[in-house]
Design a protein around this ligand. Structure first.
Ligand code: HEM
Length: 347
């Protein structure tokens, strides 16, 4: 008969089957700088996303993706369904917060030069998440089919139309034809509730896989004050989640997001129509473009320039392999330019 040594570590039946000990010893090798708030932003982005998913599933139960019924169904959710206004408020505010966190997270990764080797795939999957995330927020803004939603659909598809080479096809694809119609709304709905969430799930899983291949900070290498990833960092991250939840609930209760009047396709889009805040800068650049630049139609030329910048941004870990100071400097210039252009667009 074999006897177990008295001091052998005992693991429970469930822990044994989950492989908890192995996971635990891998978590024990991770640490996070003690006073850096930067490390909480990626997790908060995920939390804002989860809030959207949870509230979005509830909204789906009452929303009607049909041009004749969409606006009335959103009014019904907000005014008649118990807690419908709260759920809609959470969804809309969490969407804005999600985009803001997404942009802030990308900015932090740039200025900390965390994109460099071996995080190339972490960065590339992040760039994909940025595109999917903005698409997610943007298609959502079309769904109430209000005057503003209609304007968003028109301005957004027009901007997409300035993509080099595929622009005209892209615009027609998003609209479901040459002009906006009920097909535009059905497409936005299909993208918003099926295609983009499915893509997001796959890419988020990839993002976490890629970034976890490198410990956030290898304990033995770190020379700053650190805290263990488990449980200290995770507990703090949990407290940050509660903070964001309280913020979103407060905004949802006290800061009403107006639904606006129902869209009337017979009315012309007002000259001062604005897209959502995260598209203000791009819209402003295209709107104020000269008629012609170097023999090319002005907005198309600028569309090409913005696309080229986007490709350069995506390829950053390969263009700047070591993470130079120039990238940090350019990140600040880029942020300043975006804020300035967005501000100019509003005034
Ligand atoms: C749904 C959107 C996203 C989620 C949920 C997410 C989540 C996270 C989390 C939790 C971390 C680890 C903690 C941290 O560094 O904050 C992280 C790291 C990282 N993220 Fe994201 N992220 C998203 C989008 C992005 C975007 C848009 C980019 C860049 C364009 C990006 C690039 C990276 C990189 C390179 C790292 C590794 C940082 C390092 O090694 O220190 N992520 N992400």
């Amino acid at each position: 008969m074999t006897t177990e040594p008295k001091d052998a570590p005992r693991s429970s039946w469930l822990a044994d089957r989950l492989g908890w000990d192995r996971l635990r010893s891998s978590l024990d090798r991770h640490a996070v700088p003690r006073h850096s708030f930067f490390f909480y932003i990626g997790g908060l982005t995920l939390f804002a996303l989860l809030l959207q998913v949870a509230s979005g599933i509830l909204l789906m139960m009452y929303y009607r993706p049909d041009a004749a019924a969409a606006h009335a169904s959103v009014e019904r959710i907000a005014r008649e369904i118990p807690y419908g206004g709260l759920v809609r408020g959470v969804h809309v505010w969490a969407a804005d917060l999600f985009v803001a966190m997404l942009l802030l997270h990308a900015f932090i990764v740039m200025v900390r030069r965390s994109f460099k080797s071996p995080q190339e795939l972490g960065w590339l999957s992040g760039v994909l998440l940025m595109l999917i995330g903005i698409g997610q927020a943007f298609t959502g803004a079309v769904l109430p089919w209000s005057e503003r939603a209609y304007t968003n659909a028109r301005v957004g598809s027009q901007l997409a139309g300035y993509t080099p080479m595929v622009g005209d096809w892209f615009r027609r694809f998003l609209r479901g034809g040459e002009e906006l119609s009920t097909d535009t709304l059905s497409r936005a709905y299909a993208f918003h509730v099926a295609l983009l969430p499915a893509a997001m799930t796959v890419v988020v899983a990839g993002h976490f896989y890629f970034i976890s291949r490198k410990p956030v900070v290898a304990l033995e290498e770190s020379n700053t004050k650190t805290i263990p990833f488990y449980p200290d960092f995770l507990i703090r991250q949990g407290v940050a989640f509660v903070g964001i939840l309280v913020l979103v609930l407060t905004l949802a209760i006290f800061a009403d997001r107006s639904i606006g009047t129902v869209a009337d396709p017979r009315l012309a889009t007002p000259a001062d129509a604005q897209p959502p805040w995260y598209m203000l800068a791009l819209h402003y650049v295209v709107r104020t473009a000269p008629r012609e630049l170097l023999g090319v139609e002005g907005p198309r030329f600028l569309g090409g320039a913005v696309t080229a910048l986007g490709v350069l941004f995506a390829a950053l870990p390969f263009v700047d392999r070591r993470g130079s100071r120039i990238t940090v400097w350019l990140s600040w210039v880029g942020l300043f330019a975006l804020l300035l252009l967005s501000f100019r667009a509003l005034h």
